[in-house]
Design a protein around this ligand. Structure first.
Ligand code: ADP
Ligand code: XUL
Length: 539
């Protein structure tokens, strides 16, 4: 085993716009990083890696495009002299929720691919549905309502599967295909997620779906980590045979097929560890552990939590944890992230982040009781749109000074994250004890370079904030997970495998008075949100 672990590890990410790879050595240092942009494969005519259909709801990607992109990525690595023979194990991730429909007879072709031709040429006729539905699709409201009705309501669906029915979730996409293209459904011998599809390419056979990405389907019982019989029944006939088994995310699902040995010089012993979703992959890449919360401040904001005692709710998603089979993770998405912050920067700080930061630094914690909720586009959490300002008496006001406005948007965004995290069982919540000195907030994404924003984050969460400067955390997570799977999966804690990874940088520490101020403000935030939501219903 030690000999194997001396090798290198590959992590792939089949994301929406690109197929990416990172290679790390046994000391977890990155030795190679490359990517292929899907839009560069001109013959598929995608924009942002997908096709948005005329109804503006249906969003798909040509399945074979992903295969061709992998061919190109591996060819480029070979040309650059990458030594595939040293790869001890590989794993990776895929954009969550997307599905691949393998046509009857495809396994036969997949398990007999020959090294003299590229994969995409050999697999081109393997799919019963040529265009895979992806996570941006929102065309399955009918199927969502059907599932919630059959199972006894949205909370019931959330209790079983970790989320209420969502349009992009795979069960609802499968139900739509069964209802609208029954002949394609009947010709399907296996349904993969993008993640298990990618692993299947490497092993030359059908790789099982892992329980973490499987939790984004509205079809897996997140407690037993097996398919939920009522959900399967509610979807389409004969579905369980088409889904195959579910495995823990650390499971070795096979060795690379002889195609990869002969075409690229992989060792026949190179192990393939189950691929997972990109968000679980990022959790692994960010080395999240119990008590931590990861906050990504990108175009939109995302929050990951490590949970032991999840409380599925109507908002947010609970997934099986990809690095610990007894734990869970929560995923929260907020649409109004950096774009909203930029708007206020432009209006109140002359377009300068420096001036924006000065405004933040010159206002007190708690903003003298002024609170703002800013949703330039329809928000997911909460489902609201518009700008709402409340003064210290809880009265709605039409404007704040520039200083107040800047602090209000940043505090409002972090209060909302803290409140929603608490609703899903995060133990730093309002009604709970602190998780203790070990708990950390990990910040990533573009706005995590702003010290003044990080200070507010530390204060609102009453926790030190560390910066994680990894652009491709899902890829890196794949490489770490490959090593974890090779070293024994459940018998070795993931934290042990990544203990030598580069340290995080401390970005901010909370002020001593922060907790008292923000505990109270969380309550004020909840009241304000209720008012906002009641106004949305009226209008
Ligand atoms: P994504 O990966 O979602 O495209 P990034 O994580 O790269 O996005 O973040 C990009 C965002 O970071 C930009 O929209 C910008 O608003 C924000 N950003 C960059 N620098 C700063 C800064 N100094 N302060 C606040 N926000 C910043
Ligand atoms: C998560 C989600 C996206 C995709 C693509 O629920 O839909 O984050 O995983 O990245």
């Amino acid at each position: 085993m030690a000999g194997k672990a001396d090798g290198t590890f590959l992590g792939f990410d089949f994301s929406t716009q690109q197929i990416k790879v990172i290679a790390i050595d046994n000391k977890l240092e990155t030795i190679h990083e490359s990517a292929v942009k899907l839009d560069d494969l001109k013959e598929f005519n995608t924009s942002g890696g997908c096709h948005v259909h005329d109804d503006n709801l249906t969003v798909t990607a040509p399945t074979i495009m992903w295969v061709k992109a992998l061919d190109i990525l591996l060819d480029n690595m070979k040309t650059s002299g990458f030594d595939f023979s040293r790869v001890a194990a590989l794993s990776g991730s895929g954009q969550q929720h997307g599905s691949v429909f393998w046509k009857t007879g495809a396994l036969e072709i997949l398990s007999n691919v020959q090294p003299n031709k590229q994969l995409h040429e050999q697999l081109k006729d393997c799919f019963s549905v040529a265009d895979s539905p992806i996570w941006m699709d929102s065309s399955t409201s009918k199927q969502c309502r059907e599932l919630e009705q059959i199972l006894g309501g949205p909370q019931k669906v959330a209790d079983i599967t970790g989320s209420r029915a969502y349009e992009r979730f795979t069960r609802n996409q499968i139900a739509k295909i069964y209802q609208t293209k029954p002949e394609a459904y009947n010709k399907t011998e296996r349904i993969s997620l993008v993640s298990s599809f990618a692993a299947s390419l490497f092993i030359g056979g059908y790789a099982p779906i892992d329980d973490s990405d499987g939790s984004g389907m509205n079809m897996l019982d997140i407690h037993s980590r097996t398919w939920s019989e009522p959900c399967l029944q509610a979807t389409a006939p004969g579905l369980s045979e088409k889904m195959g088994p579910v495995v823990p995310s650390h499971k070795v699902v096979g060795s690379v097929s002889s195609y990869f040995v002969q075409s690229f010089g992989f060792s026949p012993d190179c192990q393939v560890v189950a691929f997972t979703g990109d968000n679980p992959g990022s959790l692994a890449g960010m080395r999240l552990k119990q008590g931590d919360i990861a906050i990504s401040l990108g175009t939109s904001d995302t929050v990951f939590l490590w949970l032991t005692d999840p409380k599925p709710a109507l908002e947010g998603h609970i997934l099986a944890n990809p690095v610990d089979t007894s734990a869970f993770m929560a995923l929260l998405c907020f649409k109004n992230g950096s774009l909203m912050r930029e708007k206020i920067r432009d209006r109140c700080a002359g377009g300068s982040w420096e001036t924006f930061s000065q405004h933040l630094d010159s206002t007190p914690m708690g903003n003298n009781g002024n609170l703002g909720l800013y949703f330039d586009v329809q928000e997911i959490l909460p489902q609201a749109v518009g700008t709402f300002r409340f003064n210290s008496k809880g009265e709605q006001v039409s404007s704040f000074s520039d200083d107040e406005e800047v602090r209000a948007v940043i505090e409002g965004q972090f209060l909302s994250k803290r409140v929603y995290a608490a609703k899903l069982g995060y133990s730093l919540g309002i009604d709970c004890e602190l998780t203790g000195p070990e708990s950390r907030v990990l910040a990533t994404g573009g706005a995590s370079s702003n010290k003044a924003i990080l200070q507010v984050m530390a204060d609102v969460f009453n926790s030190p904030v560390y910066i994680q400067d990894v652009a491709n955390s899902a890829c890196l997570g794949g490489a770490y997970r490959a090593k974890h799977g090779l070293m024994g999966g459940s018998s070795v804690p993931f934290s042990e495998v990544v203990k030598d990874a580069p340290d995080f940088t401390l970005g901010a520490t909370p002020n001593p008075e922060a907790d008292q101020i923000y505990l109270k403000l969380c309550e004020e935030y909840k009241k304000a949100e209720n008012i906002v939501l009641s106004e949305q219903t009226i209008s």
